[in-house]
Design a protein around this ligand. Sequence first.
Ligand code: FES
Ligand code: FES
Length: 151
Amino acid sequence: MEIKFLLNGKPVTASIEADAVLLDVVREKGCYSVKRGCETANCGLCTVLVDQTPVLSCSTLAARVNGKQVMTLEGMQEEAKAFGTFLANEGAEQCGFCSPGFIMNVLAMEKELVKPTEEEIKEYLAGNLCRCTGYMGQLRAIHKYLNREEK
Ligand code: FES
Ligand code: FES
């Protein structure tokens, strides 16, 4: 079957099998920021935005994005750069493998939640696993990012 969707603002067409998952399709289109981790909807590494909402692309059928808007980190460089600086300043980026999925979720959270509490932040990001950092640096980075002056 053929699907058409907007990938980082550009119209794309893909010829897919009915059971193809979005993770494979966006990587085939060159979006290598979308990482393959657990493939069982547990780690958050494969997070992309579909119509502004974070979804796990490893467990989303590609056919479901037909006619929709898909964003990956490749299409959000400016926003990602701003938060990435806070991550780096807190020493919260070590191997960096989890960063693309994590950043996508933080950017989505920023749009969705107004002045989130610590608990709300933890709940929103509970699906993002990081094998390196212990999460404290990430939390410090999020707090500083959300409370930055220039928004
Ligand atoms: S690869 Fe999708 S959640 Fe782990
Ligand atoms: S920084 Fe290595 S997995 Fe998160």
